[in-house]
Design a protein around this ligand. Structure first.
Ligand code: GCV
Length: 705
């Protein structure tokens, strides 16, 4: 009875394909506060006419809370976009029905017999296809699970929000990674470590009795981009987060999130058996400790049956861990893993460790500690590795642990909260940075062994795949502090679902959903976003420089040479002197390059082939070292800092040109932050060049103003 109108299954609609261009002319745009994120559902310009024909009625089979959410979302979104009520009918069929269901809850979907296609998309994927059902042209959003159907519904709405065709479509989507998690660094007292958008979303003084509407709004936003879990507390974990009262609070949040497919995870303090359980030790090989974790896991699953697992920061920056008891990271992770295994929970064990006794170079330490443990972790442990070997710098080479662990799942940790990237004051779109990372070729198994493939278990089979994001929402009305910081939450979700997406297409769709569907304005904003990260690198830490900051990680502080640890200073990294600048990590230096597979190692090691963007990360160079541009290193540094400051000023000017194209409030709020960014970029340029000039003893190039 059903005919596939789109032809071959799996035909995907390209991002720039046949989009209706101009929006219908808009008069004075009403002010917006950013609360709606990318889910504004504005009229989609000229496309509305055809959409009205294709989406006339909604039929969502199934009675669960998730089905209710799908129904409400489709109804309110289409009604808002199409300018007239779209009806919901659970029984009827008419031309232009949007049908959503699973073979389990919908006889219509079952009768389509899309068994093979649905098998291919797994539990969370979906098929969206135009079909003729009982002689009626319809669009069907089908999945094996209701959560998959929810993801499919948001995908369908995204097509409409971005003006793409919804007629004769055939889309098959399956997430590349299993775990797509937000990592909040929120503390029980309501503060957020490295949070720049207000206090924590979680109202501990009200939970579990009172549920803020933001909990569901948050889960809805996550679901709209395929995020399927969240660690709600700081990795610098307070042991009391595992106390019964806290668990009841977390359970209340988990109950709100469940229909959206967002699973609860907690950061666990490794010393909890001692600090909370009052045991004499937290030694992972002590039986009483293992028993304590087992009882704790049972208690958690009694309250949160779909609890995802523990995230652990151990023996790092003062946190307790197995090494405190002379045990390895594997022995530490395994005791928690054994407790969670009967419940199918996972342990995400962070590789952000840099004990000084392991190696003098901080960038080498995690690799040294973890590669020797490969194969010793339980199957439900994944090692969570930051994108680069130091710490979320504006630019780092990829972490050498990607592709290096043959027997242990490695998942990636990236950071949206812009700790080192202008926090919520600078406009920096991170999609480009994350793509640079994901597309990096580890060469672990020949060319094409990208980080994205390593993470997805395509280089070595992996029982757990995933990417997590240290994330940015707080209680600010616009969630992320800077309106453009929302794009980083968005880009994370989209890339975790599909790391093959380009940064440009993500920026394009986010802009259309967040600001406007007017093509010219979209193109301008997209370009602003695409160049913004390189701009930031240029005026802060170009050519492989890193960590030129102090305590708050915001302002330039290259002279910072006093901290409790050498590797928290700036001078440890740049090593500027009268002879030159840079950290020699080559084979003649501290041999950090050897942690990469040979072709990558040789490329980084060879100063002629090392990409100049990593030059001072891997090489120590004389001030007169000749760059590819023909300039000396010193002149190149001057040029980069000047270019960055000019680019920041250009960003501001471009935004000013969009007055009237964006509602006044959001335009003004972004403009205010751009003014700060422009002033900061000049400050970075001037202070860094003055400081390094005191070593180079060369004049600052006349082009620097
Ligand atoms: C949560 C950096 C940050 C710390 C953070 C740490 C980590 O050092 O500055 O605030 O602590 O990374 O990732 O554990």
């Amino acid at each position: 009875m059903a005919t596939n109108l789109a032809g071959a299954a799996g035909l995907c609609v390209g991002v720039y394909s046949a989009r209706s261009n101009a929006a219908e002319p808009q008069a004075q745009l009403p002010d917006e506060d950013g609360y709606k994120l990318w889910l504004r559902y504005m009229p989609p310009g000229n496309a509305a006419k055809s959409y009205r024909r294709i989406a006339r009625q909604i039929r969502v089979d199934g009675t669960s809370a998730t089905c209710g959410i799908i129904r409400d979302e489709l109804r309110s979104a289409t009604t808002a976009m199409l300018g007239g009520a779209v009806s919901v009918n659970e029984n009827g069929l008419m031309d232009g029905t949007v049908i959503v269901g699973t073979p389990g809850n919908s006889p219509l979907v079952r009768d389509l017999n899309w068994t093979a296609d649905l098998r291919a998309v797994g539990d969370e994927g979906f098929v969206i296809r135009s079909a003729r059902i009982a002689e009626h042209p319809a669009n069907v959003i089908a999945s094996n699970t209701e959560i998959g159907a929810l993801y499919g519904s948001f995908h369908f709405l995204r097509l409409m929000q971005t003006g793409r065709p919804i007629e004769r479509i055939g889309i098959t989507e399956r997430p590349a990674l299993q775990l797509r998690l937000m990592n909040h660094w929120d503390n029980p007292n309501g503060t957020i470590e490295r949070g720049y958008a207000g206090r924590s979303l979680w109202q501990w003084n009200e939970l579990p009795g009172k549920l803020s509407p933001r909990y569901a709004a948050y889960a809805r936003a996550c679901a709209s981009i395929g995020i399927n879990g969240a660690v709600i507390n700081n990795v610098n974990a307070d042991a009391r987060m595992l106390a019964p009262e806290s668990l009841r609070q977390a359970a209340a949040l988990a109950d709100v999130w469940r229909p959206y497919g967002v699973r609860m995870y907690l950061s666990a303090n490794f010393a909890a058996p001692a600090r909370l359980g009052r045991l004499a030790t937290a030694d992972p090989l002590d039986q009483s400790v293992a028993d304590w974790w087992k009882v704790k896991a049972d208690e958690i699953y009694g309250l949160i049956p779909d609890f995802g697992g523990f995230l652990v920061k151990a023996n790092s920056e003062g946190q307790p861990g197995p090494k405190t008891y002379g045990r390895t990271h594997a022995e530490g992770a395994n005791v928690l893993a054994d407790a969670l295994a009967p419940h199918k929970g996972n342990v995400l064990w962070r590789a952000f460790v840099y004990d000084e006794d392991v190696d003098p170079d901080r960038a080498k330490r995690a690799y040294l500690e973890f590669t020797r443990l490969d194969g010793q972790f339980r199957p439900n442990v994944a090692v969570q590795v930051k994108n680069g070997p130091v710490d979320f710098q504006p630019r780092e080479p990829f972490h050498p642990l990607f592709g290096a662990m043959k027997h242990t799942p490695v998942i990636a940790e990236i950071q949206a909260t812009q700790e080192y990237l202008g926090q919520a004051k600078h406009l920096v779109y991170l999609g480009t940075m994350w793509k640079e990372f994901l597309d990096s070729d580890t060469r672990a198994k020949g060319s094409g062994s990208t980080v994205a493939k390593a993470m997805a278990g395509q280089i070595y089979p992996s029982a757990i795949t995933g990417m997590v994001c240290v994330t940015n929402p707080g209680l600010d009305t616009n969630w992320c502090g800077h309106h453009f910081s929302q794009s980083n939450w968005y880009a994370f979700g989209r890339l975790a679902w599909n790391p093959e997406l380009s940064a440009e297409e993500i920026a394009d769709e986010w802009t259309r959903m967040t600001f406007t569907s007017e093509d010219k304005t979209v193109a301008i904003i997209r370009e602003m976003m695409m160049s913004s990260r390189e701009t930031y690198v240029n005026y802060t830490m170009p050519l492989g420089l890193h960590h030129l900051i102090g305590g708050d990680h915001y302002a330039p502080m290259p002279w910072n040479n006093r901290a409790p640890r050498a590797d928290w200073t700036a001078t440890y990294y740049h090593r500027a002197s009268a002879d030159g600048i840079g950290f020699d990590r080559t084979k003649r230096g501290d041999r950090a390059v050897e942690q990469y597979f040979p072709p990558v190692c040789d490329m980084f090691d060879d100063i002629a082939r090392c990409p100049e963007q990593y030059l001072l990360w891997f090489h120590r160079c004389a001030w007169d070292y000749r760059m590819k541009s023909g300039r000396t290193l010193w002149e190149e540094l001057c040029a980069k800092y000047q270019q960055g400051a000019e680019q920041a000023a250009a960003l501001q000017k471009t935004w000013q040109s969009l007055a009237g194209k964006i509602d006044t409030r959001r335009h003004r709020e972004v403009a205010e932050r751009l003014a700060i960014q422009v002033a900061d970029s000049a400050k970075w340029r001037d202070q860094i060049l003055e400081y390094f000039g005191s070593f180079s003893k060369r004049p600052i190039s006349p082009s620097v103003r």
